[in-house]
Design a protein around this ligand. Structure first.
Ligand SMILES: [Zn+2]
Length: 263
């Protein structure tokens, strides 16, 4: 995104120095998806996700969808995302959001790619749609798989996503004073379904509210999760690294954390 235009390489170097070994950079429309692929081609630690974000689905037609299917096949693309539903901002009509999401779910299944799913005040539509895709009547050879990103729902919603095989991801917003009521849901996620993310340039850590977020701050979220779940940061780092590498089929790396940095 544009906030990184001036110092993108520095941001990636700082991420590496802080112990972040891989960055999944996401598309929100065709243009940003193509840029994400270019970044993946330029930096060994970057991989790409391509997709139409619910904010950007107005006017998406069959030609755009064919283009997305085409670029989703490029090397360096590890996921379809961000995709989803956002009835909070409501920048796009609800039926268009549902239609484009449904199509992208089908694409992900067809290409056997995981999904990065955005859901804001739309669980009532998201859960039945995912249930439909994971139900036997579809007779799919494969089921959609993926992560619910920047999860902000309750324990029951999390349980339903987990029941359909999805992972749950949290960002630095879990450290905001308003997120204190999320601690129970954070504790309820099994360690083998947990992920961390930045959502940068958005949702910076509490100490940097109002400023740009970046991947180098990811260990702060690991520490927050560790505190809430009452385990060591190393355990959170090891679990989330393993989960991400498994879901997105990334090559395994050395997860020996004795050096004191997270991977
Ligand atoms: Zn999102």
């Amino acid at each position: 995104m544009a906030p990184f235009n001036k110092d993108r390489t520095d941001v990636i170097v700082r991420a590496r120095d802080s112990g972040v070994s891989t960055i999944i950079t996401v598309g929100i429309d065709l243009n940003s998806s193509r840029q994400a692929i270019k970044l993946a081609e330029s930096y060994t630690e970057v991989v790409a996700a391509v997709g139409f974000h619910p904010h950007n689905v107005t006017g998406v037609d069959e030609v755009d969808m064919a283009d997305l299917a085409w670029i989703a096949d490029y090397p360096g693309v590890v996921a379809i995302g961000e995709v989803g539903l956002d009835f909070y901002r409501g920048y796009s009509p609800r039926d268009t959001q549902l239609q484009v999401l449904d199509w992208q779910l089908g694409l992900a299944v067809k290409l056997d790619l995981p999904l990065i799913i955005h859901c804001r005040q739309a669980e009532k539509d998201m859960i039945p749609l995912l249930r439909d895709w994971t139900s036997p009547h579809k007779r799919l050879k494969r089921l959609p798989r993926g992560v619910i990103h920047c999860f902000s729902g309750d324990t029951d919603t999390a349980r339903q996503y987990l029941g359909m095989g999805f992972f749950i991801s949290f960002g630095a917003y879990i450290g905001y004073p308003t997120s204190i009521n999320m601690h129970n849901v954070i504790r309820s996620i099994p360690g083998d379904r947990l992920m961390v993310e930045t959502d940068c340039p958005f949702l910076p850590p509490q100490s940097r509210r109002g400023k740009r977020n970046e991947p180098a701050y990811l260990p702060l979220t690991v520490e927050l999760l560790a505190k809430i779940r009452q385990v060591s940061p190393e355990i959170i780092a090891r679990e989330t690294t393993k989960n991400v590498r498994h879901l997105f089929r990334l090559p395994t790396i050395d997860t020996d954390l004795s050096s004191g940095t997270f991977h």
